[in-house]
Design a binder for this molecule. Structure first.
Ligand code: AHR
Length: 490
């Protein structure tokens, strides 16, 4: 590997490390919030403290699919007067609207994060969405600011990131891109700048490789779009039959999932090319607003709640994906892994009062030094990994991110996806810079499905890494099989 320590592959926006909190399963209720002795929902301090360790740059809410079913008026005012609705999408459970705009903004304040609010295009009206925007953001005298004040909040929350619908090609209304592009223009028109808040308007983007969606939406509405929201999940199986097991997988499952995670590179490359044709100045962000692994939900968990365990395989599929985002920084400025607590590829799982950090939490932790740093260009002989029991191409075995921060410290993250073979990477620094290893941590385990459980919440955590040493001017990194390391150099 050769790293150009004075070059730049772009700025790694912290917003690439964003999160997602939908009214789904035990994400909001019995996730971020728990019931107190009086039966009222309160924010969980342990969850907030743990997420603050990591730093949450942004949080997307209230969906997901739920966003296009959500009427924000149901979630304001006295709690005992809020209507209950049925969450038909996710488990058919009753949603009592205990958590609405004010409660979500309280969470945002506690997490010191930036909200992304997704408005309802699928079943709501333009007036509804414009009113919600005004309720949240209007600083002066207006009907919605008055209502907000009556509900106890004087100052506007100043939310700039605003989704105009979610997955409008699917759960958000099954629209054609032509129809959505027109609707987008209409809804986006009525999101006015208030005070010093100018809306950053995010359009529903494509599902995976639906390039026609990007083409049509960019062509017809691109001038009014600030960000377009690609969604792509990583499955070991298929949507229609079996998505694949979270824990009980073999090497075939490991190999397939890693290959699927790597498809992100091709998707971003192709969507970027379409965007470049319509927006050569690269003004519009490509946002990967939902990404991560999606397995069959855990046996015995409530159907529709999307609760899944998280193993070393999830952790390394996340590092590989983050490496891909860092290769496309000219467009990829924001991303949201799905989701934060108890849903899909979560950071945290809870069980009553107990909670654990998942292996994916630790990937995000190991990648923290790259946030807001400059990505360094590199050349890398990635080697190959192939599982013989499956058809398909060999996969690149090594994946990497190198970055330099404002203080001049270089961080190198290397992932070896090969579950069987250790690999050695010899790193040269193009300008012959003299560096020393300042810190190094590794996430690895003997088993591909190593994980944390409520009885052993720290079974899989990063540890000090001793396998990175300088020899004859080169940094020699001995990467064990199935491992992720981050090395700090100065
Ligand atoms: O994250 C779960 C669901 O996946 C979201 O609600 C939806 O947008 C996507 O299909």
């Amino acid at each position: 590997m050769t790293i150009d320590t004075s070059g730049s592959n772009g700025h790694i926006s912290e917003h690439i490390y964003g999160h997602f909190a939908e009214h789904l399963g035990r994400g909001i209720y019995d996730g971020f919030w728990k019931k107190d002795a009086n039966g009222d929902y309160i924010i969980r301090d342990d969850v907030v403290a743990t997420l603050k360790e990591l730093g949450v740059p942004n949080l997307r809410w209230p969906g997901g699919c739920f966003a296009d079913y959500y009427f924000w008026e149901h979630g304001i005012g006295p709690k005992d007067q809020r209507p209950t609705v049925v969450n038909n999408l996710w488990g058919g459970v009753t949603e009592d609207n205990s958590v609405g705009t004010h409660e979500f903004m309280d969470l945002v304040a506690e997490l010191e994060t930036e909200p992304i609010v997704v408005g309802n295009v699928g079943s709501g009206s333009v007036e509804d969405m414009a009113n919600w925007w005004q309720y949240i953001n209007h600083p002066g005298e207006s009907p919605m600011a008055k209502l907000r004040r009556e509900n106890g909040r004087d100052e506007p929350w100043k939310v700039r990131f605003w989704g105009v619908g979610n997955e409008s090609w699917g759960c958000g209304g099954h629209m054609r891109p032509e129809y959505y592009a027109d609707l987008y223009r209409r809804f986006a028109t009525f999101l006015h700048a208030y005070g010093d808040v100018k809306p950053f308007r995010i359009a529903t983007g494509p599902a995976g490789g639906d390039y026609n969606w990007t083409e049509v939406v960019m062509e017809r509405a691109g001038r009014m779009i600030d960000g377009i929201d690609l969604h792509h999940y990583t499955l070991d199986g298929s949507w229609s039959t079996h998505k694949g097991q979270a824990v009980n997988f073999d090497e075939g499952g490991w190999y397939r999932l890693m290959g699927r995670a790597m498809e992100m590179d091709e998707l971003i490359t192709n969507h970027k090319a379409i965007m470049d044709a319509h927006d050569p100045e690269k003004r519009v962000w490509l946002i990967v607003g939902e990404w991560g692994t999606w397995h069959e939900q855990e046996e015995g968990s409530i159907p529709g709640f999307l609760y899944q365990q998280n193993t070393l395989r999830d952790a390394l599929s996340a590092s590989v994906t983050l490496d891909i985002f860092h290769q496309h920084l000219d467009r990829v400025k924001m991303a949201n892994i799905a989701q934060t607590v108890n849903v899909l590829q979560a950071m945290i799982l809870t069980d009553g009062e107990r909670m654990l950090r998942t292996p994916t939490f630790h990937t995000f932790d190991l990648y923290k030094p790259h946030r807001e740093a400059t990505a360094l260009p590199y050349e890398l002989d990635r080697g190959e990994y192939k599982y013989d029991g499956e058809e398909g191409e060999p996969l690149p075995a090594i994946s990497a991110t190198a970055s330099i921060n404002d203080a001049g410290r270089i961080h190198l993250s290397l992932t070896n996806i090969d579950p069987n073979e250790a690999r050695t990477v010899e790193v040269q620094f193009a300008d012959g810079k003299k560096l020393k290893v300042k810190e190094a941590r590794i996430l690895t385990a003997d088993a591909m499905n190593a994980r944390n459980t409520f009885d052993a919440p720290d079974a899989l955590v990063p540890s000090a890494f001793k396998g990175a040493k300088f020899a004859k001017g080169k940094l020699v990194v001995k990467l064990p099989a199935k491992s992720l390391v981050t090395i700090g150099l100065e």
